[in-house]
Ligand binder design. Sequence first.
Ligand SMILES: *Cc1c(COP(=O)(O)O)cnc(C)c1O
Length: 498
Amino acid sequence: MTLLYRSTRGAADNALTASAAILQGLSPDGGLYVPTEQPQLDLDLNELPNMSYQEVAFKVLKAFLTDFTDEEIKSCVDAAYDDKFDDARIAPVTHHGNDYYLELFHGATIAFKDLALSILPHLMTTAAKKNHFKKEIVILTATSGDTGKAAMAGFADVSGTKIIVFYPSQGVSAIQKQQMITQVGENTYVVAINGNFDQAQTNVKEIFNDQAFQAQLATKGFQFSSANSINIGRLVPQVAYYFYAYGQLIKQGGIQNGDTINFSVPTGNFGDILAGYYAKQLGLPVNRLICASNQNNVLTDFFKTGYYDRIRPFFTTTSPSMDILVSSNLERLVFHATGEDATQTAAYMRELEKNGHYQVKPAVLEQLQATFSADFASGDDDQQAIAKVFNQTQFAIDPHTAVAKAVADKYRQATDDHHPMVIVSTASPYKFPNAVLSAIEGHDVTVDGLDAVQQLFDHINVPLPKAIKVLFDAKVRHNTTVQPDDMRAAITKILKID
Ligand SMILES: *Cc1c(COP(=O)(O)O)cnc(C)c1O
């Protein structure tokens, strides 16, 4: 049986194979690709504790990407999860205080997006071969800081591809900016915009939906694809670490096979936590998925009331990768919660685009609340969580992880639910050294960038990851800044098609 993928906004009879959906990225009707049927995972939970990350990833990918051969999947997995990661377990689970931390920051850019973006280029080039693709793939990405860098690290010098990344010039950390502008690879292009992430993402989506522009590109031998978490090839690899974490908990004696557990997930575009939902659908014993937001708490309100309202102030916080008001992947969950009603989902999304808000029906909200809880952490909550965890356990967490920790604590207090809690830990503290230092020292520090890295190192004594070490003397290679309205022109110029 071949598992097919359909759009959340269109008819199921236009469904594509997994490889075609990966190449397409976003559906032409603006919807996101979702499986037409429940994927069948051939995995015995009893075996999980003794499986390597690569073995778990293989099984999960095989369930979703049924038009790939075993050899193709295996070679993608092996190319992705190798010594680019500084821990052989790839996604280790550690225990500090009462919580487990699923450490997703051991890859090339020390943040969780590496888990998906180190494999996506291999899935894509394999998919291109399978579909007899002749055009050069142009990856177009808007980033709130981490995606773009992780995508470039994955795609740099992969033949048959180019990658163009847009980031908000004021919306990323000093370290993220340094990582971005020093990116190597002859096929990588980085453009700063004078605007915020949502503007960048909205414009990228519009460019993707512009059929005339696509046609113009095609005549020049180019085809756009997306490395954003809307690509099913991003989402599927993330399902693996939820299973892997469960196996680690059994192995460490934290749970017995069959016990249900909670995950608290620091959420922005809703890709990470949606993978947790798919893991649960595939049979992982998950009790609650806790959607943790920062001050941009549009999702907290949505899960509490069913009303999604992006018309609200936008806050720049110390967890910039979650500074998002339009969470793209939520569309997939809404689609599932409506009972896979594409007409209804399309109507909600049209309302969101036109009016900035939509209200789901009570039955849909009930579906959402059956699995998800949601809350948010203010800037103070975030700092306190970093300080508390460090003071009590000597474990330094980054501000995104701290949002998940603060919300997990709030949740336990409000519900008295004491299932084992896995805090999904999405970045290394060295990626946000100023915020972590300020929290640990108990006052705002002015030092930032690599100086802050050095100071933080003196405090926490965790070895510097390679991704940070190289920044100390990397050369600046990208310095273009444009207005949000000029993004299309920037692409035209880069591809020399004007
Ligand atoms: C992207 C990111 C998130 C949010 O993940 P989503 O899949 O967008 O919800 C959280 N933390 C960090 C460090 C990130 O880079």
